[in-house]
Design a protein around this ligand. Structure first.
Ligand SMILES: [Zn+2]
Length: 660
């Protein structure tokens, strides 16, 4: 090979375009087809590689400008396809080949309501597991994906859908990009979807996908999408960089969301109804992934130590978009929460500098956001905005390092940032006191929260909950004096009432009626906590509470339904003839046809009542091999602890030997 291990392929060759004509076979979870790449050779070389993991590759051909296509020598080591040729400087080549692969990761096949759902995750997994491409983020090219699939499904990929050609029983979908991107941002999502279309103020088409049965969830889930889109374009000062924007929920996703270029894929756990909105909504993730379309997708880190340029910026701009909706108190409160999380990390001895490629997500996301907040405070709005705009314009469709951004700020502000860079980027010390002092000066809400203290109860404390105070301050008071709550304190916002439901676990008789009213609140967390505590405190009224809540489901993990089933099973004399059905329903929630959030919640309940049967244990073994590592490790830990339980030991060993 002509280039040494130190040299990067990007010094020799510039990939301009990748075209893929693909098909997917969901029966054996394979993908494949024809791909071709257009590349410019910068320096003469005798070989060029393309990353391609465990693929069957054939018919490798090359075309040099106007010459005819000819066979190309290649060498394939199951990781990289090496194209062997006398590549000449300043020439443009096109290489073609066919491939097929059953990807081990990065492309996932999921069953949902007896239909297929197929989606990708490139970041951290490498797109080269399903599409031959260049893993190195510094190699940006234009990707155009065509894919043929069953006509009953929607296929969604990056960029503009330029055609969909009907074939017998199938549709051939074409997607086209205009601008280059790193390969980890290439994406596919296939499933049964409907969509709602919006247009931004600047004229960008926005497509919001949803499952056909979820039409009533579209408004609460995607609430504020247009407002945030318009806000970010205005705030960042650079127009949204791509032709259109799409958001697609998928089942059992690996993260909350992923900012694939012009195509955010997010966890369908965020598809929520009106009542869930108050406790668990998509607003922050929606804004975060959208901000990445500039910070991450338009300008991309050269390497991991600059990762905060993506996550810190996305977190900061998401918070600005939320500030535009929810106001200053919300904004500073979230910054305060971030600071507390970073403080906890410091106390656990886990701090690293922001520029450490192995920094935690708390550091990349939250310290990164804090840095930007403090930097803006230091240099002023005007210099900050001017620098961000210039940084994006200068490096658009390219890769960036931290000092590129810092340099822009120094140029626009005329302020030297040497000390600031030391403090915020290079040092692993958290400037917590500075952060807290800053918040108490700029935010009355946070300042009030910090000052209020009812740990040592005083008569003043009994007035706090009925006075005008920031909700979070009231929550703090409730947490500090749960046994001093009075009837008048229930006259409060949903959030404050929720704190009562969660913290007042011993319910005095004189508060019973007020407490029961919590079951009517429009919050699934409130209802869950209230139902549980009422059931515990007033055994004689259990039937009444269960009857009242029997039709409430809760979040997508069915937090209320599952609690209800467990309580019903444990209520003597309550619908005894139905109990087998209740138990079966719980066990059914552990099956793989459900999202992992519901499965995990139900496994926990079955564990707490020590009531696994063979089906639930089979589902648990199955869960211990899930593609979502958090769920997998939850299932593995639980399985391990159940294997030590005499009741299940033998059954598990038997099931596991059958499973092999
Ligand atoms: Zn992010």
């Amino acid at each position: 090979m002509c280039f040494s291990t130190q040299a990067q392929q990007t010094d020799f060759v510039d990939f301009k375009k990748a075209n893929a004509l693909l098909g997917i076979n969901p029966n054996n979870s394979s993908i494949g087809g024809k791909v071709w790449y257009v590349l410019d050779v910068i320096k003469e070389t005798d070989s060029i590689y393309i990353d391609a993991v465990n693929m069957d590759i054939k018919n490798v051909e090359i075309r040099y400008e106007n010459s005819n296509t000819q066979d190309l020598d290649f060498y394939y080591d199951n990781k990289r396809l090496w194209l062997i040729h006398d590549f000449k400087k300043n020439k443009k080549y096109t290489v073609y080949f066919d491939y097929e692969v059953i990807p081990k990761k990065a492309l996932y096949f999921v069953e949902r309501e007896s239909t297929h759902q197929i989606w990708t995750q490139g970041q951290g997994k490498y797109t080269s597991n399903w599409l031959p491409s260049i893993d190195d983020m510094n190699e940006k090219m234009i990707f155009n994906i065509s894919l043929t699939f069953n006509e009953d499904y929607k296929v969604i990929s990056n960029g503009l859908q330029t055609a969909n050609i009907p074939l017998p029983g199938m549709v051939k979908w074409h997607f086209q990009m205009q601008k280059p991107m790193s390969s980890y941002l290439v994406a596919l999502a296939i499933g049964k979807y409907d969509k709602k279309e919006l247009t931004s103020k600047s004229g960008i088409p926005i497509e919001l996908y949803y499952y056909p049965e979820d039409s009533s969830k579209v408004e609460p889930t995607y609430r504020y999408t247009k407002q945030m889109f318009d806000f970010l374009e205005e705030e960042i000062g650079v127009p949204y960089p791509w032709q259109n924007y799409k958001q697609v929920p998928v089942k059992d996703f690996l993260y909350s969301g992923m900012e694939n270029t012009s195509l955010t894929i997010f966890s369908d756990d965020f598809m929520i109804d009106e009542t869930a909105f108050i406790d668990k909504n998509y607003v922050n993730v929606n804004a975060h992934e959208l901000a990445h379309q500039w910070f991450g997708d338009l300008v991309t880190e050269t390497e991991g130590k600059h990762h905060w340029l993506q996550e810190g910026f996305a977190t900061y701009y998401a918070l600005l978009a939320e500030r535009d909706i929810f106001g200053d108190d919300y904004y500073y409160w979230r910054l305060y929460e971030y600071a507390l999380e970073l403080l906890a990390q410091e106390q656990a001895g886990q701090n690293t500098p922001l520029m450490d490629p192995k920094a935690s997500s708390a550091t990349f996301y939250k310290k990164g956001a804090w840095l930007l907040h403090m930097l803006r405070d230091k240099v002023g709005d005007e210099a900050f905005k001017k620098a961000v705009k210039s940084y994006l314009q200068k490096y658009k469709f390219k890769n960036v390092k931290t000092n590129y951004f810092i340099q822009e700020i120094e140029d626009t502000s005329g302020i030297s940032l040497t000390k600031f860079v030391d403090d915020w980027l290079l040092s692993d010390t958290l400037l917590y006191n500075e952060m807290e002092t800053h918040l108490s000066t700029v935010s009355n809400a946070v300042n009030g929260y910090l000052k209020i203290d009812c740990e040592g109860y005083s008569s003043k404390c009994s007035e706090y909950l009925t006075s005008y105070l920031f909700d979070e301050s009231k929550v703090k008071v409730i947490e500090q004096m749960p046994n001093k709550i009075q009837s008048k304190d229930f006259k409060n916002s949903i959030k404050v009432r929720q704190a009562i439901a969660q913290n007042v676990t011993k319910i005095p008789l004189e508060l019973k009626a007020q407490y029961e009213s919590l079951l009517n609140d429009k919050s699934y967390l409130t209802i869950e906590a209230a139902l549980y505590h009422l059931w515990l405190n007033f055994p004689k009224e259990r039937k009444k509470y269960l009857d009242k809540t029997k039709d409430i489901i809760g979040f997508n993990n069915k937090n209320i339904k599952t609690l209800w089933l467990v309580l019903a099973l444990n209520t003597q004399g309550y619908r005894d003839q139905e109990k087998q059905f209740y138990y079966n329903e719980l066990v059914d929630y552990t099956s793989s046809k459900n999202g992992f959030q519901l499965r995990q919640n139900t496994f926990s309940y079955l564990n707490s009542i020590n009531a696994f049967n063979e089906t639930a244990l089979t589902n648990l073994i199955n869960a211990s091999k899930h593609h979502n590592w958090r769920f997998k490790s939850f299932a593995r830990d639980l399985l391990k602890s159940l294997s030590e339980n005499e009741k299940y030991k033998k059954i598990i060993t038997n099931l596991q030997s059958k499973d092999k």
